[in-house]
Design a protein around this ligand. Structure first.
Ligand SMILES: [Mg+2]
Length: 189
């Protein structure tokens, strides 16, 4: 059972400027596409700050990787992290299959003290459904009300300063944390 507070951070659209690349859906198969994505610098810095200031929050990467043989996407994402966010070690990097609920990849399931920071409402909604807590990452392209309903839960913005993002995440995580309740939840294992 998880009794710690964990933050799971998405990559594409949250830490990495995936959608800024021209024709990203075609180009993501190109050599080193994922490795060369530019970071959302303030978000990356905010995660570094959070890791330093709040060591009791266990920070993980939780990112979907497209299939391939050899598994180029995993490798490139690891290289990107080695360069941009080496504070998150290999043990704290979880890669999922595209389309599968992210909570399925967390051994033992998730609870309220497990926070997902992600730019995609579908991932955030599924995380809530499985018992976790969700924080939307508002980037330069989403949260404009063009597709589906606007996210009305907690959010942080990539354009804010690292200090502000970090303090908002801290407030959200500690603000909504009640007493640790034993998990009756289950989720998919
Ligand atoms: Mg994303």
């Amino acid at each position: 059972m998880n009794t710690s507070t964990r933050l799971f951070v998405d990559m594409d659209g949250t830490l990495a400027r995936f959608h800024d690349e021209v024709q990203y859906l075609e180009r993501m198969w190109e050599k080193d596409f994922f490795r060369n994505l530019k970071p959302f610098e303030n978000m990356v810095k905010a995660i570094k700050q959070l890791a330093e200031q709040e060591p009791e929050i266990e920070i993980y990467i939780l990112s979907a990787a497209i299939d391939g043989e050899p598994p180029f996407c995993y490798r490139q994402k690891n290289q990107w992290l080695d360069e941009q966010l080496p504070e998150i070690d290999n043990f704290h990097r979880i890669f999922t299959k595209v389309g599968a609920p992210k909570s399925e990849y967390i051994p033992g399931g998730i609870d309220k003290n497990d926070f997902l920071l992600d730019d995609y409402n579908k991932n955030l909604d599924e995380w809530l459904e499985f018992g976790g807590s969700s924080v939307k990452c508002v980037n330069n392209i989403n949260h404009k009300g063009r597709i589906g309903k606007l996210w009305d839960g907690e959010l942080v913005r990539t354009e804010d300063t690292p200090e502000r993002i970090c303090s908002q995440l801290t407030d959200i995580i500690y603000g909504s944390r009640g007493p640790v309740i034993s998990k009756t939840y289950g989720g998919r294992r």
